[in-house]
Design a protein around this ligand. Structure first.
Ligand SMILES: NC(=O)c1ccc[n+]([C@@H]2O[C@H](COP(=O)([O-])OP(=O)(O)OC[C@H]3O[C@@H](n4cnc5c(N)ncnc54)[C@H](O)[C@@H]3O)[C@@H](O)[C@H]2O)c1
Ligand SMILES: O=C(O)C(=O)C[C@@H](O)[C@H](O)[C@H](O)COP(=O)(O)O
Ligand SMILES: [Zn+2]
Length: 364
């Protein structure tokens, strides 16, 4: 194992925690939770793919550490982020004798992290919770910041809670087994950070694009650390999305979530929908005269280089997408709010730009 561990602190008063990033950290999982959680009983929530790859070594680690553990496995994929699956997990935990001393460890991608976090926030009115993200998307985004929840039909993440983990352990080695399409999906959220917060980071991604695609270990580690720091800064400033700052992290998501809902959460991956959504949002900003066309062009080129889609797929009715946007959590006083770029590295929120402009942005 490479002992070089990077650490990112998320400072949230009594809810502060560390994100540890390094190669081979999976083998520290049991100690990481036991040291912080003082845990005697850990419920590991994971999915079928991750369990197949990492379930056995993980279970051995808990035995060696003398910590009793149960593994609860959900079906891999977005449909598992549902109220029904949450209810199954609550019931199983009750049947297994879980109580308020039980600690939950999410091991998987954003689906596992979001549903395990939601169960942690709600079972017995709240359990201690840790994240071990295993997709790039989860390592750069979903494991940090405490948004947890499930989808309703036609409305993404509509039921949930803010519930911070008490620690996040990121083993960059597990990305070696991540399928190409899932790796690309994670890169969409990485590009997002460059557009909304950090033009230098965007340029770094452009310059290192080949190394990024090749999953170069050093570049990956830098990307994960910088992304976690950028997200932590936003979460520290606006933990519960009240002041408008956290809404920046939603760039591309008003279009993206509508795309995911319109396709039944099964055709497009979240990162793919966000990639298309960012291009739609940028085009919308361009049509309103808010940015130069080069801002959109550079996003399109980088997203394509990373193997991501940049246009609404054929067969999706644009009017239906537009209607689904009214279920966005950023709707206030009957107005849809879009996060739009003002230049690379900066965004602002714009209220109801008009249906025609929104439809035109999606049409391309
Ligand atoms: N809470 C947040 O702040 C936040 C942020 C961004 C996204 N999200 C949510 O995250 C979800 C998407 O997460 P995701 O992209 O990680 O998808 P995912 O959790 O579905 O994981 C993608 C796939 O990769 C597999 N997998 C996971 N780790 C693997 C590994 N190391 N090797 C091989 N296969 C592996 C999984 O089994 C799954 O099939 C969406 O529901 C999205 O809404 C939440
Ligand atoms: O952490 C946040 O805040 C984000 O917006 C990050 C997004 O990438 C993520 O997809 C999030 O789950 C979207 O949140 P929602 O509030 O729009 O459901
Ligand atoms: Zn997202």
């Amino acid at each position: 194992m490479n002992n070089d561990i990077a650490s990112v602190r998320v400072s949230l008063a009594d809810r502060s925690y560390d994100i540890q990033i390094g190669a081979g950290l999976l083998e520290k999982a049991a100690d990481f939770v036991a040291e912080r959680g003082g845990a005697q009983h850990v419920v590991v929530v994971t999915d079928t793919n991750v369990d197949e790859l990492y379930g056995d070594p993980l279970a051995d680690l808990f035995v060696e550490a003398g910590v009793e553990s149960h593994v609860l496995v959900v079906e891999a994929g977005e449909p598992s982020k549902s109220p029904d699956v949450a209810a199954d997990l609550w019931q199983t935990m009750l049947d297994e004798g879980c109580d308020r001393q039980t600690v939950i460890l999410a091991v998987g991608g954003g689906v596992v992290g979001d549903i395990a976090g939601f169960v942690a926030a709600t079972f017995a009115r709240g359990l201690r919770f840790f994240q071990m993200p295993t997709t790039l998307l989860a390592q750069v985004d979903s494991s940090v910041g405490g948004k947890t929840g499930v989808n309703l039909e036609g409305a993404k993440n509509m039921v949930g809670a803010f519930w911070q983990p008490e620690g996040v352990l990121i083993d960059t080695d597990v990305l070696k087994t991540l399928p190409e399409r899932e790796y690309s999906a994670g890169l969409a959220e990485v590009v997002k950070y460059g557009v909304i917060l950090d033009a230098d980071f965007f340029e770094f991604l452009e310059q290192k694009a080949d190394a990024v695609v090749a999953r170069d270990a050093q570049v990956l580690r830098e990307i994960i650390q910088r992304s976690c720091r950028l997200k932590a800064d936003v979460v520290e400033a606006d933990e519960r999305e009240q002041s408008g700052q956290r809404a920046k992290l939603n760039y591309g998501h008003t279009f993206g979530h509508a795309l995911e809902a319109a396709t039944g959460y099964s055709e497009l991956l979240h990162g793919e929908a966000v990639a298309i959504g960012m291009v739609c949002a940028s085009r919308l900003a361009e049509s309103m005269g808010r940015i130069e066309s080069s801002v959109t062009r550079r996003q399109v080129e980088l997203l394509e280089r990373f193997g991501l889609p940049v246009a609404v797929p054929d067969g999706i009715e644009l009017g239906e997408l537009s209607a689904l946007m009214w279920r966005d959590k950023k709707v206030r006083d009957g107005e849809v709010h879009f996060v739009l770029p003002t230049r690379l590295g900066e965004v602002e929120t714009v209220t109801s730009p008009g249906d025609d402009a929104v439809l035109a942005a999606m049409a391309g």
